[in-house]
Design a protein around this ligand. Sequence first.
Ligand SMILES: *Cc1c(COP(=O)(O)O)cnc(C)c1O
Length: 212
Amino acid sequence: MIKTELEALRHELPEGVTLVAVSKFHPVEALREAYDAGQRVFGESRAQELQAKAPLMPADTQWHFIGHLQTNKVRPVVSHAALIHSVDSPRLLRAIAAEARRQQRRTDVLLQLHVAQEETKFGFTPDELRDFLASGEIEELADAVRVRGVMGMASNVDDTDRIRADFRAIRAALPEGCDIVSMGMSDDWQIAVEEGANMVRIGSRIFGAREY
Ligand SMILES: *Cc1c(COP(=O)(O)O)cnc(C)c1O
């Protein structure tokens, strides 16, 4: 049951770690059940799905966007998301900033790191992130986007040493002055927290398997 899983997770998570309930592909009824059990922060990975669900949930629901975002789909995400975890290129950050200015908002974002061995994962390598930080562009966009920290995923492997090393590399890339480290999912969040995560994104453990 969603409520039971949420309560168990809240006991397991150390204080100061924010739980993002990843609700992608799950119907609004499931989100409501989580909301009624006290959950307020939800993670979605597709712009259209976020746009469809947001009006159906109470106004104090906090939406986090965690999926790959195309620059032509930023509008609904900037409208609804309290935090965009998945900024994986300078170009996307610029597009979010332009849209946030248009909507007269300031959007909080995380920069996504790519450290996993799979080539399909999006994000900055630690070197690319260092160069981007050095470019000064983040300061130029700061009126519209506030970079709050980093997000990343570990390699999809059983080798816990590798998973731990990936999380360590993500944590090490946290820019100075930033405070959010978003890492850890249903199967690896304990290691992520040990390695400094203060935000975890957990889906299937709460809502069960997704039907794509
Ligand atoms: C789907 C997803 C999650 C949640 O994964 P689970 O294994 O279901 O907990 C976390 N982060 C991102 C970026 C995701 O796309």
